[in-house]
Design a protein around this ligand. Structure first.
Ligand code: BGC
Length: 746
């Protein structure tokens, strides 16, 4: 930071401190504790069994610091009015919402967005979400979700950026920048809330809310970097996670919330609990509500979401000497600082503007962007004999329970998104191909015929009463009349997301039966896949002609899918979470360790680290994704065979578009460190470049590598590099790379 920027920051901080000191000087103990209370008024969003009551009275008495789960300038305007006019000290409220992948205009689920490997687009998606959310009164979003996840059973893998810490860090930074903009005081900026701190994605057995227990090296090397990146990007707030971290629940974990987050990383914002997570400390076995509330506060938690443990017990704990005034003051200060940073004391109504509410949401431009980012998120998993792109002529049999559907297009966590405003695949195909294509449609199956899965995944579409066989027969009939079958199948929106773990991560059985019958017709079978997680697709990979992974694409789903099906956009997405062959391989991720008896890939072998009944390889590796064109990679060229200390290594490859379509390619750089003081991952992603080449065009892609790219956490948790040999790998995915070796000395 320059001297003048530093001086400016110091003077801003001095002004903020003076303002808050003055305000806190006037506050009663109850009012201070009130600032730590975050409530949901209920109705519009609820992810636990409790909602708060008596909200209006509590605003007036200063017993609430913020409200979440509501939006719209009408409601928020009224609530803010009560706070600033009718509460004794006129302290404005902060208004939070789960804006996860867009607000009104919905973008692909985060796992899909990360597959774009396009930080510009990802940042823009957060910017637009902030513009729309602020147009409806929101000033705080519970996003980004940066939990690394390597277990596809866990439903919330859909909400993050997959398995890689480096890529996850880039996404975390882009999202924070997008939400908070250049200045959080701006009327269209929101404060980001990074969640779920920490390691929530490491839940045992992929079961929701489950225990997390991992070594410190793994934590620092593989799971913590995205949270740290979000701190470095200036994120204003964090949310503590539901899980335990090595025995201590995050929400009462002083090491996590204070030593690591604040002391080691320098985080200056505030920490809110997850939904009733303070109360849930009792189920974790830490004591009654008074006790756990005191523990959470002392650990460094500043705001209590929904459970009102702070509100109802902290005064008593203070009187009994179980918490200190200084601890309450510190938490209160941090909440007030957030409001100050958002400019709410100067302008509590900065985001309450009925004109913006009408004008700035679901605009034509936002929808256009939603279509663009959806196209960029799609991953072509298979394309036998160039089945795709389709011609804009002939007859298509459009089949599947997700083909003529609006309700499932948006994916999980779309609180203010309107499924009715989404574009179905059927509509998209008509929009893009017009009358030149003849479409025959049959639903073919229900999303699931399993009543329990139907209920648990909150399906709203009524189950078709016809027998499964009748539905399949109808689909097969039209398939026989068509040139190609497009089957739109997979998971419904709520089969992933919170509280949606699955032990079987295949396409639901009713739909697989449909696919099997369609495959038997011998017609080219294109699967358009909806999924909130990596699925096991071995049958589909073996039998379909093409598979386009569309995730849950958002408001412009159908248009984006049709653009890609007909080749108006050439897909370039690459998966950011490994697709296993079988659920038994989980956890499976590319940057694993070697073991002392590594499997050499040459076939089953006794006393090697493998399975008797399945190969170690995933079905689709991290970073994998095809294109309608093909790219040739040259060997990796290094400018030096050995170098020292702070020198920079230049690694390059020449990429040639050897196919017939213009296309983008995500060129990926991995580094392996074969000899070190600890056992290192077999390789780690360190950088990438996304390039666009016309047919026949070639381009040199250069990566400048420094010792920063070689660093890792050693056994003393020191982050440094060790001299020796490094293997530089550049390729189209984590399994398919070209390599060159270099010696790097101190
Ligand atoms: C989820 C959070 C969410 C919160 C508020 C919780 O159940 O874990 O991700 O932000 O609810 O809706």
């Amino acid at each position: 930071m320059s001297y003048s920027a530093l001086a400016q920051t110091n003077s801003n901080k001095a002004k903020m401190d003076a303002f808050i000191n003055n305000l806190m000087g006037k506050m009663t103990l109850d009012e201070k504790i009130g600032q730590l209370n975050l409530v949901t008024a209920g109705g519009q969003s609820k992810t636990g069994s409790v909602v708060n009551e008596g909200v209006e009275g509590k605003i007036k008495s200063g017993a609430i610091g913020g409200i979440f789960g509501v939006w719209g300038t009408n409601y928020i305007g009224k609530a803010q009015d009560i706070a600033v006019k009718n509460s004794r000290l006129h302290i404005p409220l902060i208004f939070g919402l789960d804006v996860i992948h867009g607000h009104r205009t919905i973008f692909p689920i985060p796992l899909g967005m990360s597959a774009s490997w396009d930080m510009g687009l990802i940042e823009k998606s957060a910017r637009i979400a902030a513009e729309e959310a602020t147009a409806e009164g929101i000033n705080w979003v519970f996003s980004p979700m940066v939990d690394i996840a390597r277990d596809a059973r866990w439903g919330r893998i859909s909400e993050g950026s997959g398995e890689d810490p480096w890529l996850g860090s880039q996404v975390a930074k882009a999202m924070v920048r997008g939400y908070q903009g250049s200045n959080m005081k701006n009327a269209d900026a929101v404060m980001a809330c990074v969640k779920h701190f920490a390691l929530y994605g490491g839940a045992e057995a992929g079961r929701e809310y489950n225990t997390v227990d991992m070594s410190l090296i793994k934590m620092y090397q593989d799971y913590l970097p995205p949270y740290k990146a979000a701190v470095d990007a200036g994120a204003g707030s964090f949310m503590s996670s539901f899980n335990t971290v090595n025995g201590v629940p995050s929400t009462a974990n002083q090491w996590l919330l204070t030593d690591l987050l604040r002391k080691q990383w320098g985080f200056k914002g505030f920490v809110v609990s997850d939904y009733t997570a303070v109360n849930e400390l009792s189920s974790h076995g830490l004591g009654d509500l008074q006790q756990v509330s005191a523990l959470a506060l002392k650990a460094g938690l500043d705001m209590d979401m929904v459970g009102e443990g702070f509100l109802t017990t902290l005064k008593k704990s203070l009187n009994e000497g179980k918490v200190t005034q200084a601890e309450i003051d510190l938490a209160c200060r941090r909440v007030l600082e957030a409001k100050y940073k958002l400019g709410l004391f100067d302008n509590p109504d900065k985001s309450i503007n009925a004109d913006r509410e009408k004008r700035d949401v679901l605009t034509g431009d936002n929808r256009k962007f939603a279509r663009q980012i959806a196209e960029h998120s799609f991953v072509l998993l298979k394309n036998k004999e160039q089945t795709l792109p389709l011609k804009k002529s002939g007859t298509i049999a459009l089949v599947g329970p997700l083909a003529d559907n609006h309700s499932e297009m948006l994916g999980t966590w779309v609180i203010a998104g309107e499924p009715g405003k989404s574009v179905s695949v059927m509509e998209g195909i008509k929009n893009v191909a017009g009358n030149s294509v003849n479409i025959l449609y049959a639903k073919g199956s229900n999303i699931t015929d399993d009543p329990l899965l139907y209920k648990r995944s909150q399906l709203t579409q009524p189950i078709d009463k016809r027998s499964p066989q009748d539905m399949i027969d109808e689909a097969v009939e039209i398939a026989k009349k068509a040139d190609v079958v497009v089957a739109v199948v997979g998971e419904s929106a709520n089969m992933s997301g919170e509280s949606s773990s699955r032990s079987d991560i295949s396409i639901p059985e009713s739909q697989r039966e449909l696919l099997k019958a369609l495959a038997k017709t011998g017609k080219p079978l294109v699967i358009v896949l909806f999924n909130g997680r990596p699925l096991t697709l071995t049958w589909e990979d073996a039998h379909a002609s093409a598979i386009l992974d569309a995730w849950a694409p958002g408001t412009e789903a159908g248009n984006a899918i049709a653009d890609v099906l007909f080749g108006d956009y050439n897909p370039a997405g690459k998966i950011t979470a490994t697709f296993p062959r079988s659920v038994g391989q989980i956890p499976i991720y590319y940057n694993h360790k070697n073991t002392g008896r590594p499997f050499d890939g040459k076939g089953p072998a006794k006393f090697k680290s493998d399975y008797l009944d399945i190969s170690n390889d995933p079905l689709y590796p991290f970073g994998y994704g095809l294109s309608y064109t093909t790219f040739n990679y040259s060997e990796v060229k290094l400018n030096k065979a050995s170098l020292k200390g702070n020198e920079t290594l230049r690694a390059s490859v020449i990429i040639t578009n050897t196919g017939k379509h213009a296309g983008e390619e995500v060129v990926q750089l991995y580094i392996s460190d074969p000899v070190a003081s600890i056992s290192r991952s077999v390789k780690e992603l360190k950088n990438y470049q996304k390039i666009n080449l016309k047919p026949g065009e070639k381009r040199e892609v250069v990566f400048n590598i420094t010792t920063n790219d070689l660093k890792f956490y050693n056994n003393q948790l020191k982050y440094d590099w060790e001299p020796g040999q490094f293997i530089i790998q550049i390729g189209t995915n984590s399994s398919d790379t070209h390599m060159a070796s270099v010696q790097w000395g101190k």
